[in-house]
Design a protein around this ligand. Structure first.
Ligand SMILES: C[S@@+](CC[C@H](N)C(=O)[O-])C[C@H]1O[C@@H](n2cnc3c(N)ncnc32)[C@H](O)[C@@H]1O
Length: 300
């Protein structure tokens, strides 16, 4: 799985820039336009929050765990519905920001949460976290199914029968290039090159092979309630993020400038900047190297 160092690289590095671009508790996961691109990004994110909360029957007093809570967008929403939310993330920067914004968040590996930590929950969400659970090395060692099966066992222990879990995740899709071809020195127009940039942006992370792999590993404990692709909605989301990351703000541009020394000395960091310029995730969705799924599960 991606380590705390990997996730701090991906998320804590951009903490201030993200909050200045997307808002203090902005979402860093695909929004839900349902194909209506006349909506603003904020409306589409709100529509996603409502869909998740409705699907999980979250209301006043519900006890909700948000695994991989980011900067706390869904926790903020459930609070507005009178629910009691708790988040866990592996990014220090996110946790500090969440607490500053009045949210209850720990730095903790969500895959290790047990009832002794916080008790049981009425509902659990994991919005864009599963992408980080399996590393390339674990996949190569044939452990990917076991990683997901263990995760669903953890969830099952935290929910009562009938309790619901929502997740959305990127997955590899039909045009995924062979692993051996994925290299940063591949032809810069090729699928293999864009996939290599994705891997540089998210070190320690390897995606599931389709929604089917996730659903299969959930099966001993959970039945699938609903499944929908958010691929086209994600392409729109990324386009909107690009505009917001570029929008001028003095403090933000000063922060970009303060990162320049790292840019000159650290090759991993240069890779991260390249991903911001070229938006490999958007290209991977457009070329169907990747898809994106929203899945609602119920504990049997
Ligand atoms: C793409 S962000 C999504 C954040 C948030 N859910 C949202 O929708 O804005 C992925 C999040 O998963 C977290 N994460 C990844 N692996 C984790 C793990 N094993 N335990 C806890 N958090 C994890 C990252 O720290 C980050 O907050």
């Amino acid at each position: 799985m991606a380590s705390q160092k990997d996730l701090d690289f991906t998320y804590s590095t951009i903490d201030k820039i993200f909050r200045l671009s997307m808002g203090e508790t902005g979402d860093y996961s695909g929004a839900m336009y349902n194909g209506d691109f006349s909506m603003t990004l904020e409306e589409a994110q709100r529509q996603k929050h409502k869909f998740i909360a409705d699907s999980l029957f979250i209301g006043p007093g519900s006890k909700v765990l948000d695994m991989g809570c980011g900067w706390g967008p869904f926790l903020t929403y459930v609070k507005s519905r009178g629910a009691e939310g708790r988040g866990v993330t592996l990014s220090q920067g996110q946790a500090v920001a969440c607490r500053k914004n009045g949210l209850v968040v720990d730095v903790k590996d969500c895959r290790t949460v047990v009832p002794a930590d916080y008790g049981m929950f009425d509902a659990i969400s994991c919005i864009g976290g599963l992408e980080h659970f399996c590393s390339i090395e674990q996949w190569q060692a044939g452990q990917q199914d076991a990683v997901y099966a263990n995760f669903f066992k953890t969830l099952s222990d935290l929910l009562p029968t009938g309790g619901r879990f929502y997740m959305q995740t990127m997955v590899f899709s039909k045009n995924m290039p062979p692993f051996e071809a994925i290299r940063l020195d591949a032809d810069p127009r090729s699928d293999a090159y864009f996939m290599a940039l994705m891997i540089a942006q998210f070190p320690g992370s390897w995606l599931p092979y389709g929604a089917e792999q996730v659903i299969r590993n959930a099966e001993p404990h959970f039945k699938l309630v609903s499944k929908s692709s958010g691929r086209l909605d994600y392409i729109e989301t990324i386009g909107q993020w690009r505009k917001r990351f570029r929008a001028f703000n003095l403090e933000k541009y000063a922060t970009y400038a303060s990162l320049l020394p790292k840019l000159l000395t650290n090759p991993s960091f240069r890779g991260l900047i390249a991903t911001f310029r070229k938006s490999p995730n958007r290209v991977c969705f457009q070329r169907e190297l990747m898809d994106h799924y929203r899945l609602v599960f119920e504990k049997q």
